[in-house]
Design a protein. Structure first.
Length: 289
């Protein structure tokens, strides 16, 4: 069932496990996430990106998430979060419609503007008694990785500065902090790493829960060490996309005579559910509902 995100994350931080925040854009992905949470008796965060909202429509997507959370997932705590919000109007629409948390991503802006934008959204969110997440440091995507490989930028220059984290939290008033510690959005196994020493310093300097983005290519042990060093929420998207695609290709190739979309899609839902359950076990949130 839908609960305040504070209930989910504060418990994770206190008991030193992490909650998975899984991205969705449609019915099938949402079903996989909710069914996995129920099977593992785990709390879970369902999140949407701005592109997912544009794909599915905010009202429709929100209805899918809340309906499944309060029916199929009625026995486990579930929260709904906006991931990487950059459009201030859309962020406020998510707040208005009933999201439990929103991420204001002004990480590419200069220090002062990041603070002012994050502070603004935190105030609007708190007026509705929901949480706000901000981002300090820059988390690369595929385009940034190319610049990294060509030597145009250095990963160290993009990471969260532990010395500025406490000041950032104090000035913005946000509830969770997305940190840049070496991970990359997408799936670049062998490239993604976590600067665990930096993470420890950040965790020691702030009291708010920390969020790890761009971790799809990390090993199980890296995840577990990051959780030990202060991570309370871990965002997962690419893993589900890969599970969906691989299963769908296999199904279509094996059953070319099938025309029922339900029979074509069901194996992909099952594959994504299996992936979510795997991550839940790694994060340590099984049986924490």
């Amino acid at each position: 069932m839908i609960v305040p995100i504070s209930q989910i994350i504060n418990k994770a931080k206190k008991q030193k496990y992490a909650v998975g925040a899984f991205n969705t854009s449609n019915l099938e992905i949402t079903l996989a996430i909710v069914r996995a949470a129920v099977a593992q008796k785990s709390p879970v965060i369902i999140q949407t990106s701005e592109s997912a909202i544009r794909y599915s429509n905010l009202e429709t997507l929100f209805a899918i998430m809340t309906t499944l959370a309060n029916t199929v997932g009625k026995k486990v705590p579930i929260a709904i979060h906006l991931d990487h919000g950059k459009d201030l109007k859309l962020i406020q629409e998510c707040i208005k419609i009933g999201y439990n948390s929103v991420h204001i991503d002004a990480s590419l802006e200069k220090w002062q503007k990041n603070i002012s934008l994050s502070q603004k959204i935190a105030r609007v969110a708190h007026a509705k008694k929901i949480w706000a997440q901000a981002e300090l440091g820059t988390i690369l995507g595929a385009e940034g990785l190319l610049k990294l490989e060509m030597g145009e930028i250095k990963m160290e220059d993009l990471m969260t500065d532990p010395g500025k984290a406490a000041e950032f939290i104090q000035k913005t008033g946000v509830d969770t902090l997305a940190v840049s510690v070496g991970t990359i959005h997408g799936h670049f196994k062998g490239v993604e790493k976590v600067d665990q020493a930096r993470l420890q310093k950040i965790a020691a300097s702030v009291k708010v829960p920390l969020v790890l983005h761009g971790g799809s290519g990390l090993s199980s042990q890296t995840f577990k060490t990051a959780i030990k060093n202060g991570i309370s929420v871990i965002n997962i998207d690419t893993n589900l996309r890969i599970a969906f695609k691989n299963s769908l290709q296999k199904t279509v190739n094996a059953k070319m005579d099938k025309i029922d979309p339900r029979k074509i899609m069901q194996p992909s839902i099952d594959a994504m559910q299996k992936e979510v359950e795997k991550m839940i076990k790694i994060f340590g949130s099984s049986n924490k509902a």
